[in-house]
Design a protein around this ligand. Structure first.
Ligand SMILES: Cc1ncc(COP(=O)(O)O)c(C=O)c1O
Length: 413
């Protein structure tokens, strides 16, 4: 038997009040946690769901898994598909953004005469996955620069840089929705529209496919999978969505599924297992279940994903987006008024999201982050050569915390 579900959160407090939302997290009080871009603290409904599944697994792992596992896993897939506005057959469940990016890019069928295109601004995970895909297939990797200065970027400039970099042999464009180096949010819809024009003159096997590390937009921005125009959208659920740690999703378009082959045997689709058992070829084509890496999981986390999406829906997607943008905007304004602080994230909310990145004149970023920690402000240094300081306001923060963080930056100089 399934244990009773946790109480719907709407009954425990008015979610229109952000301080009530914050009270659902067991975060250390007194500290300003501007860390949603790294690793989530679990809100009460996610903690309750994990505890419920863990208790049942600890009592009888085999019975609970056999009796409820397939249904609970499909419920998580369906919740992710609903969030993304896509069909559940296009959704693979992963354990992180990194797993999704690595899996998808190394699963892509590439010819040695093809190339994959990415940018200097993309993250380690994209760059290394593409290198690994190239080593397997003989395809080339090329990088282009998206802009000269992040704080002076425009959507047109980004689209122009991309379209002028695409060559006849480009098979994949691999980008990041919101850059964790600078906080720049790229205009995904415009990029996808430009790719559609380019693809109109190409055969299907030579279409430029669009891959997106979406982790810093996922759980903040309001676009559906289709709105982004991506063929591959990979995101961890353990950052801005405040989902269970060790969970992620990859959404894949029909033509993306046709262009990839699963890498890790799936446990989510009985057809592949039956085919192996019967010693025949699997029927049907590739799909999100087949792309989901198999093996036994930290199931209590995977199954609590449903509750994380439910919590997000109860908060309201556009409310979360506007709250995050409002706080990030206020932080950028406050930081811009401080001497020696050079805010690199665009002010324009169309070109930014929740990440606020800045440089400090005459001080290393590591030193600033350490001084902020002494003042109980959790910031981080971007793991990129430019190594900017990042503060990332989210739904767990208040306006008072924005002021406190900005004051702490000033006092740390
Ligand atoms: C752009 C980007 N992609 C991927 C990751 C890694 O995410 P995950 O922990 O979900 O693998 C990070 C940072 O943690 C990131 O900044």
């Amino acid at each position: 038997m399934l244990p009773a579900k946790a109480q719907p959160i709407a009954e425990t407090g008015p979610l229109s009040n952000w301080s009530q939302v914050r009270s659902l997290f067991n975060l250390e009080p007194g500290t300003v946690h501007m860390s949603a871009m790294l690793l989530a603290s679990h809100p009460a409904p996610v903690r309750a769901a994990i505890a419920r599944h863990r208790r049942a697994l600890d009592a009888d792992p085999v019975d609970y898994l056999e009796a409820h596992g397939p249904r609970l896993t499909e419920a998580s897939r369906e919740a992710a598909a609903n969030y993304l506005g896509t069909h559940l057959s296009r959704v693979a469940l992963t354990e992180s953004t990194t797993m999704g990016v690595g899996l998808v890019y190394t699963s892509l069928q590439l010819r040695p005469d093809q190339e994959v295109l990415t940018t200097d601004e993309d993250y380690y995970v994209t760059h290394v996955s593409l290198e690994q895909a190239a080593q397997r297939t003989g395809a080339a990797v090329r990088k282009t620069a998206l802009f000269d200065r992040p704080d002076a970027v425009s959507a047109d400039q980004i689209v122009e840089r991309i379209t002028s970099s695409i060559r006849p042999e480009t098979r994949l464009l691999a980008l990041t929705w919101v850059h964790s180096s600078t906080g720049v949010k790229i205009p995904v819809r415009e990029i996808a529209a430009a790719l559609n024009e380019i693809n109109a003159d190409r055969g299907e096997d030579d279409h430029v496919l669009f891959g997106l590390d979406a982790v810093h937009g996922f759980g903040v921005e309001t676009e559906s999978f289709a709105d982004t125009g991506a063929d591959f959208l990979m995101a961890g659920c353990h950052k801005w969505l405040f989902g269970p740690r060790g969970t992620g999703v990859a959404a894949i378009s029909e033509r993306g599924l046709a262009a990839t082959r699963p890498t890790i045997p799936s446990f989510d689709e009985s057809e592949v297992f039956s085919a192996w058992y019967m010693r025949r070829e699997p029927r049907g084509g590739n799909n999100g279940r087949r792309m989901t890496p198999g093996g036994f999981k930290a199931f209590e986390h995977r199954w609590a994903l449903t509750d994380a999406f439910e919590f997000h829906d109860m908060l309201g997607r556009s409310r979360v987006a506007s709250r995050t943008h409002e706080l990030a905007g206020a932080l950028k304004e406050a930081l811009a008024d401080i001497d020696r602080i050079d805010v690199r994230t665009p002010r324009d909310s169309a070109l930014s999201s929740g990440i606020v990145a800045f440089a400090v004149e005459g001080m290393s970023s590591a030193e600033m982050v350490s001084r902020l920690r002494d003042r109980h402000i959790v910031a981080s240094v971007a793991p990129y050569p430019s190594a900017l300081v990042r503060l990332t306001p989210s739904i767990i923060n208040s306006s008072a915390e924005i002021d406190r963080a900005a004051r702490a930056v000033r006092d740390s100089l």
